[in-house]
Design a protein. Structure first.
Length: 184
């Protein structure tokens, strides 16, 4: 793929998929996919299936400035939505082990953040070409989405910079030394 954004998504998906927890070690998220509205879409009375917990990724809101020779610098966001089914109540009357399970989404969010803060797509095996294109991720926000259903969704935004030279015209270096023949 030649699209830097497609390769950014693939590197991020692979990296998040490699994160493990528990014993025996298992992937933290059961579904890691593009955010195509899976948590909102319904077909009749059925929700589009995802496995819980899920991690949905979108490359979002990039703005670009021109550089010389048709290149561009830009900044934008990676939007990560973490979806969790409800487990139990977390009120003061509930036993501690149930409260811990109910609040487990905060723990998974923190594990993901510790892995992503400062991560560069070029650090991911098989994606070294992205090191010259993208900078490191920096978290800028984390919120709980207000929803009309019982699903818990945490939305985390990371800022990332891009330098795109893909539209620069090709050029060839030539020798600046003229051919001089000295016949003496």
């Amino acid at each position: 793929m030649i699209s830097p954004f497609a390769n950014l998504f693939l590197a991020l998906q692979q990296y998040i998929g490699s994160l493990q927890s528990g014993s025996p070690a298992a992937p933290i998220f059961k579904t890691i996919d593009q955010d195509l509205g899976q948590l909102e879409a319904h077909y009749g009375d059925m929700r589009v299936p995802v496995l819980w917990p899920c991690c949905l990724i979108d490359v979002d809101s990039f703005r670009f400035d021109d550089m010389s020779n048709n290149g561009q610098n830009g900044n934008g966001y990676i939007c990560i939505r973490l979806g969790f089914p409800p487990f139990s109540a977390s009120n003061i009357a509930v036993p501690a082990e149930y409260v811990q399970k109910a609040l487990g989404y905060y723990e998974l969010e923190q594990q993901l953040h510790q892995a992503l803060q400062g991560w560069c797509p070029g650090d991911q095996e098989g994606f070294s070409g992205l090191a010259d294109i993208f900078g490191p991720l920096t978290r800028v926000s984390s919120i709980t989405e207000q929803r009309s259903d019982i699903i818990r969704v945490r939305k985390i935004m990371y800022r990332i910079a891009i330098t795109d030279f893909s539209t620069q015209p090709g050029f060839t270096l030539t020798s600046a030394t003229p051919n001089i023949s000295l016949d003496i």
